[in-house]
Design a protein around this ligand. Structure first.
Ligand code: HEM
Length: 157
C-alpha cells in the first residue's frame, strides 16, 4: 500500500464531504481521460498480476469505469441508490475473486490519480473528501463480498 487513503478514515462520509466531491466533479470530468489512464497505470504498477484479468476492449473498459464513478458520485447522498451501485460493482467483479488488498489498492490508485492529474485544481479538503468517498465505496464492496461468502458457506453447510 502506498497510503494515499487516510488510514484513520472509517468510510463514513459527512454531508459536507459528499458536497465537496460533487462540487469538484466538473473539474474531474474535464480531465477524465487522463484520470482513468493514470488510475490504471498506477493500479497495474501496484498490482501487476491484475492486468492480465482485463481481456476485453480496454478503451471501452475505461469508459465504463468512469461512467460508474460518475454514478457513484451522483448517488453519494442517497443511501439506497448507493447500495444498489455497490451491489452492481460486487456482482460485476464476483468472478475475479478480488482480495481486500486489491480493492484497497484500486481505491488508493484512484485518489493518487485524482491528486496527480488535478494538482492545484483540487483543494486539500476536496482531496480528503474524495479519499473518504473512495474508502466508503471500497469498504462497502468488501463488506458485501464477505457477507456473500459467509452466506455461501452456511448454505453449503
Ligand atoms: C474503484 C473500484 C472499481 C470500479 C469503480 C470498477 C469498475 C468497473 C466497471 C464499471 C466494469 C465494467 C463492468 C461491466 O462489464 O459492465 C469493470 C470491469 C472489470 N473490473 Fe473493475 N472496478 C473497480 C475495481 C476493480 C478491481 C480492484 C479489479 C481487480 C483487482 C477490477 C477488475 C476488473 C475486471 C477484470 C473487469 C472486466 C474487464 C474485462 O471484461 O476485460 N476492478 N470494473
Amino acid at each position: 500500500m502506498t497510503g494515499y487513503i487516510d488510514p484513520e478514515d472509517d468510510g463514513l462520509m459527512v454531508a459536507d464531504q459528499a458536497e465537496l466531491v460533487n462540487a469538484s466533479f466538473s473539474r474531474v470530468f474535464l480531465r477524465k481521460g487522463e484520470l482513468v489512464n493514470r488510475f490504471y497505470d498506477h493500479f497495474f504498477s501496484e498490482q501487476p498480476e491484475v492486468e492480465s484479468l482485463f481481456q476485453d476492449d480496454f478503451g471501452a473498459q475505461k469508459e465504463m469505469f468512469f461512467a460508474m464513478l460518475a454514478m457513484v458520485v451522483k448517488r453519494l447522498a442517497q443511501q439506497r441508490d448507493f447500495e444498489t451501485l455497490v451491489g452492481k460493482l460486487h456482482r460485476d467483479h464476483a468472478s475475479f475473486d478480488i482480495s481486500e488488498e486489491q480493492w484497497q489498492s484500486a481505491a488508493d490508485s484512484l485518489v493518487f490519480a485524482l491528486r496527480d492529474v488535478l494538482q492545484g485544481d483540487l483543494s486539500p479538503e476536496e482531496g480528503a473528501a474524495w479519499s473518504a468517498m473512495t474508502n466508503k465505496l471500497i469498504l462497502a464492496i468488501v463488506a458485501l463480498r464477505d457477507k456473500k461468502k459467509v452466506a455461501h458457506v452456511v448454505r453449503r453447510g
